[in-house]
Design a protein around this ligand. Structure first.
Ligand code: BG6
Length: 505
């Protein structure tokens, strides 16, 4: 049974309250936490944004966003009136210490022991000015926390500059750098899988594992976020943070405890163990792609450049081969890929084990396929373990793979909370375990930087791939050159029989 442990009363200020992140993710998450009684009624949420409007107008905007995100069933009059009774608005210019800031300071009052969460749902160039104004208006008490979104910066130097600015006002224990993948239930489950079960951890080494694949595919395009996305691209938007965090959770050593720093120390070691790319090998080991017109989930969609209305060399797809210089993982490649406008939304991890040393079975028995553990992070959260078995009945020893399936949705029969619900409550509690520490963010930037430099120097555009495909053919070649293939077990989405089983009757 899910257990709701209320947090202490707090004041939460959302800067950028009118923006996409606030309206699509934060407000729905807060409504649910109020509705379920996790946020006590003495708490307040204050939206802060530049637009001049009164509280009622802000409520109307939030109302429309809540209906769009949660549907009418969750937006009951009771839930809405409860949430709106605790939701306030102040209009201010984040960079200019004008009257809006005075109003905010008056609203927060001088209760230094009361928890204050400042959520900066703004562009990163505003993080510094907002933090300075918070300090100048005397709002940074010991019980204050600041939450910032990824990507922190554009490269290592800008990430350091932003971290310096925030760090000059807030102590590291007060800084919550969000990577919302860490708040997903199934991502946290990777820790349970590895460290609450003895069977897997013993197999989690180069002696037994052949390679690992991490796929985060999305069927959506860039959803109107042209300015941000065209400057960022898939490497900065997804790989530098979400995919590397997944890699850390899969590859790290068991931490000495679940304390925030114990876990983050181990993740940092993984990031530092990643073999750096030489600028000259990027062309061989990293594939960048950009979608062109194609059919996704039965609908014709335009190519990236048509969608944004200008020419662009920004990548919407990345596939790469990473290696770790550690005793546990020496020689085990980690293949990572992510892209927009792929055939389905799916995030999964595949741990493929080594082949048996030699086969006892005659050729007629069928091919011996390697065991695979697939952890489906979303959607259809679950785990599948592929094993070879004897086909029942007469006809000799015929072998075929079967899949042990665990569907988390069926096993637990409950709604998976959105990552932001969990992370917002962790920030109120002051628990930084699922947030990135400064050194992690910077180590991740240091690793992707040679890729960024190589792309800048290379005049070739990203490789085209039709929307609705699994990326450019070079991404297939990247793994097939090593005698391996991307996992193709997509039957949950397509309802077609598993290609693996179909291939080996
Ligand atoms: C965000 C990226 O961090 O993650 C988006 O900026 C991406 O481009 C999103 O679509 C994916 O998150 P989720 O939770 O939908 O898998």
């Amino acid at each position: 049974m899910a257990q709701i442990i209320p947090v202490q009363p707090f004041d939460g200020v959302v800067f950028g309250a009118n923006g996409d992140l606030s309206l699509r993710k934060l407000m729905p998450a807060l409504l649910r936490r109020f509705r379920d009684g996790q946020i006590p009624l003495e708490s307040r949420i204050i939206g802060a944004a530049r637009t001049e409007m009164d509280r009622a107008a802000f409520h109307a905007r939030v109302h429309a966003a809540l209906e769009a995100a949660l549907g009418p069933e969750e937006c009951t009059p009771e839930a809405l009136s409860l949430f709106f009774s605790r939701l306030f608005y102040v209009s201010l210019n984040a960079e200019v210490p004008g009257p809006g800031w005075t109003e905010l300071a008056t609203m927060l009052g001088s209760a230094p022991e009361r928890i204050r969460v400042f959520y900066l749902a703004t562009a990163p160039n505003l993080y510094g000015p907002i933090c300075r104004n918070l300090a100048d208006f005397g709002l940074v008490s010991g019980a204050a926390r600041v939450v910032v979104e990824k990507p922190i910066g554009h490269d290592l130097a800008s990430a350091r500059a932003i971290n310096d600015e925030i760090g000059s006002i807030f102590a590291e224990r007060q800084i919550f750098r969000i990577d919302h993948f860490l708040g997903k239930e199934t991502v946290q489950n990777l820790m349970a899988l590895r460290f609450a079960n003895s069977i897997f951890e013993r197999l989690w080494t180069a002696d037994v594992v052949d390679h690992v694949q991490i796929t985060v595919a999305e069927s959506v395009g860039i959803e109107g976020r042209t300015d941000y996305y065209d400057r960022a691209g898939a490497l900065r938007d997804m790989v530098q943070n979400h995919l590397l965090q997944l890699l850390c959770l899969l590859a790290m050593e068991p931490p000495i405890s679940l304390d925030a720093d114990a876990v983050r120390d181990e993740k940092l070691k993984v990031l530092r163990a990643l073999r750096p790319f030489d600028v000259h090998e990027v062309g061989q080991r990293v594939v960048r792609g950009q979608y062109t017109q194609g059919v996704v989930e039965g609908r014709m969609v335009p190519g990236y450049q048509t969608e944004i209305g200008r020419q662009s060399r920004t990548e919407t797809f990345v596939a790469l081969k990473a290696e770790l210089r550690s005793w546990r993982w020496a020689g085990v490649p980690f293949y990572l890929r992510t892209g927009k406008r792929m055939p389905h939304k799916v995030s999964e991890v595949v741990v493929q084990f080594r082949d048996v040393p030699f086969s006892l079975f005659p050729r007629e028995s069928g091919a011996l396929l390697p065991n695979k553990l697939i952890v489906r992070l979303q959607p259809n959260e679950g785990m599948h373990l592929y094993l070879m078995t004897k086909d029942p009945g007469p006809g000799g020893m015929r072998l075929r793979p079967v899949k042990l399936n665990i569907s988390f949705a069926e096993a637990f029969g409950m709604r998976y909370p959105d990552a932001y619900e969990r992370l917002l409550m962790d920030a109120v509690r002051g628990n930084t375990t699922l947030f990135m520490r400064r050194d992690e963010v910077e180590a991740a930037w240091a690793w992707v930087e040679p890729i960024l430099s190589a792309w800048e120097e290379n005049p070739d555009p990203p490789r085209a791939y039709p929307a609705g495909s699994w990326g450019p053919t070079a991404a297939i070649a990247l793994i097939e050159r090593d005698g391996r293939t991307w996992n193709e077990d997509w039957e949950e989405q397509s309802a077609a029989p598993s290609p693996i089983i179909a291939k080996h009757p």
